[in-house]
Every structure is written in structure tokens, then in C-alpha cells.
Ligand binder design. Structure first.
Ligand code: PEP
Ligand code: MN
Length: 341
């Protein structure tokens, strides 16, 4: 941290700041020019950041140079985090996940049919929402525990692990009983109580980027989960809100590449929610893989016209098969492999 003093700050003002820092157990290194004095502060992050130096006499500015996250950063761990889910599914360190399934669990037939088709096409995990975060309170809210059971049964039938959303911290334990990966939706990315709770659960977490969250905010949210003791976190770029209305959101591929530099955690790309249009999903999956994503998440429905949620962005099973034909060679071309061992 740097404390920049006002031009010609007096010696007693400078000494006062230094005394406070030393009292708090930090080291103060002075750089004293003719006009300006800058105090470099070294000490424990939480301690020095909690000092209220801004309002002190003679202080112009306090610059925090340390990032607000630590455990998620490449500086802390250089090698990729590899998350293993179930007996065969792997994400990170060269293993690329393909998570596919409907937006929401609707019925036993729907889940069985979609599970069989995505598994046959090469998906490595099955998705489906039992608790749906809907913009309107009158829209379909999901089947709840009944949905979790149908999702689990369909997944067991085809031998895939399950990813599903925890919408409310009160459901975390129940969802963890049925699911292999707990998804935190975009609208909950900064639900800090939820993040803390998931930090103490021994199941991997898929953390989706908030609708208007910065890269630093995504990483700080993930930091909560790691700080709680759960190191198995995957991030998901699912599009951010911009002025563009042609697509549902704007897929931020630069964020995928940037996150790969900044963090060792796997990064998944979700072109279904990012574009909102089925005709753009396959091409943006390929773009995501080339940008370095460790996985893709795709909504697939056996009958999108009658889907209870997100039909316009859901692929029919045949289109998902085609998508895989384009994606798998690209995974190999980028020196990686499908996350199934
Ligand atoms: C979802 O994956 O079904 C979902 C609701 O996504 P998001 O939280 O990104 O909107
Ligand atoms: Mn959806």
C-alpha cells in the first residue's frame, strides 16, 4: 500500500502517519522529495487495509496495490487446478469439460431423453436446473427436490455426473446430496453467505459471472469459496450485460483469456446464456475453446419449442451432436483432450 502525502505536508503530519503504521505492526518506507512524500507500507494485508488513513491531516491519497484475492491467483499457485468429478469426468490442466442438458428439469422422459443424447454425443457432465432464478415471479420456478431426483436418475442411467444450481443457501445441503457440482448462478455471484457456505461443502462449485461483475469481482467471489476451505471451484463466463440487444448478453471472450492468465481455476464458457440464440451457440463454443476455456456449457432440449425455460437458446440433440463434431477437433488442435478418463 502507498500513502501519498499532500504537497509540502509537514513533518509532524508525516510522522503521525508513520507512528500509526508502526503502532499497527506495519513497516513504513519513506520516499521524501522536495514537494511530495510517499510512504510505502509493508505488512499484513487485512491489517493495513483496515487502517483508516484517508482522512488524516496531510494525506492526499491511499493506493492499495495488493489484489483483493490471493488463493485463486496464479501467483499463489502457478499450475492449473484440476477438478475430478465422479469416476471419469475431469476439468482443467488440459482436460476440457462439456456440460450439456436442459435449462430446467421438466419431466422424467425429458431428462432421460436428453441425458441419453448428450452422453452419446460426448458430453462429460449433465446439467439441468431444479431451482430456477427467473426474472418474473410468475415464470416456471423449477421442480425443486423432485427435479433433483429426476436429474440424478437420468444421470445415473447414462453414467454422467450432475451439475445443478443452488439458488438459496438454505437448499445447499439438499442440493449437495443429489448433485456432483453445485452451480452458483449469475444472480448469486455476490451472495457472500452462499459463497461462505459452499466453502465448507466438499463438492466442486461452478461459479457463474454476475451480469455486471468485473473480472476482479468474479475472482474475489471465488476467493470466498477457497478461503472457506473448498479449493474445487470452476468459473463460468456466461455473458455480461451491455448496450447490445441483438444477443441476450455479450460473451466476453477476453475475460476467458484474462482469467486464464490471472487464476489457476478452470474457466468454462456458456454461449447459451451469453448469446440467447441457438444459431450462435456452436460458433461461440469453438471461439471459447480457442480463447483457452477449460470447458463449455450448452443448453440442449429434446423439444425446444415446448421448453419451460430458455427454449430459443436450446439446441436440439442433433445440433448438439454437430456442435461436438466441430468442438472436439479444436480441443485436440489446442493441445488438450476431452475431460473424460
Ligand atoms: C443457468 O445456467 O441455467 C442459469 C440460470 O444461468 P445464469 O445464472 O448464468 O443466468
Ligand atoms: Mn437457462
Amino acid at each position: 500500500m502507498l500513502v501519498v502525502m499532500r504537497d509540502h505536508a509537514s513533518q509532524p503530519e508525516i510522522d503521525h502517519v508513520v507512528d500509526l503504521l508502526v503502532e499497527a505492526g506495519a513497516q513504513a518506507h519513506l520516499s521524501q522529495g522536495e514537494v511530495k512524500t510517499i510512504i510505502g507500507v509493508i505488512g499484513e494485508r487485512e491489517l493495513i487495509y483496515s487502517l483508516e488513513l484517508e482522512g488524516l491531516p496531510g494525506v492526499e491519497e491511499v493506493i492499495r496495490v495488493l489484489k483483493p484475492y490471493k488463493l485463486v491467483s496464479r501467483d499463489f499457485q502457478a499450475e492449473d487446478t484440476v477438478v475430478r468429478i465422479g469416476a471419469h469426468s475431469v476439468v482443467g490442466g488440459g482436460a476440457v469439460a462439456v456440460i450439456a442438458g436442459p435449462c430446467s428439469v421438466e419431466s422424467e422422459e425429458q431428462m432421460l431423453s436428453v441425458a441419453r443424447s448428450v452422453k452419446a454425443a460426448g458430453a462429460t457432465m449433465l446439467r439441468g436446473g431444479a431451482y430456477k432464478p427467473r426474472t418474473s415471479p410468475y415464470a416456471f420456478q423449477g421442480m425443486g427436490v423432485e427435479g433433483l431426483k429426476l436429474l440424478r436418475e437420468a444421470a445415473n442411467e447414462v453414467g454422467l455426473p450432475v451439475v445443478t444450481e443452488v439458488l438459496d443457501v438454505r437448499d445447499a445441503e439438499t442440493v449437495a446430496e443429489w448433485a456432483d457440482v453445485l452451480q452458483v448462478g449469475a444472480r448469486n455471484m455476490q451472495n457472500f453467505m452462499m459463497l461462505e457456505e459452499l466453502g465448507s461443502i466438499s463438492k466442486p462449485v461452478l461459479l457463474k459471472r454476475g451480469l455486471s461483475a468485473t473480472i476482479e469481482e468474479v475472482l474475489s467471489a471465488a476467493e470466498y469459496v477457497l478461503k472457506g476451505g473448498n479449493r474445487e471451484v470452476m468459473l463460468c463466463e456466461r455473458g455480461i450485460r451491455t448496450f447490445e440487444t441483438y444477443t441476450r448478453n455479450t460473451l466476453d471472450l477476453a475475460a476467458v483469456a484474462a482469467l486464464k492468465q490471472l487464476t489457476h481455476l478452470p474457466v468454462i464458457v456458456d454461449p447459451s446464456h451469453a448469446t440467447g440464440r441457438r444459431d450462435l451457440v456452436a460458433v461461440m463454443c469453438r471461439a471459447g475453446i480457442v480463447a483457452g476455456a477449460d470447458g463449455i456449457m450448452v443448453e440442449v432440449h429434446p423439444d425446444p419449442e415446448h421448453a419451460k425455460c430458455d427454449g430459443p437458446q436450446s439446441l436440439r440433440p442433433e445440433s448438439f451432436e454437430e456442435l461436438m463434431e466441430g468442438v472436439v477437433p479444436l480441443i485436440r488442435m489446442t493441445g488438450r483432450h476431452l475431460g473424460w478418463e
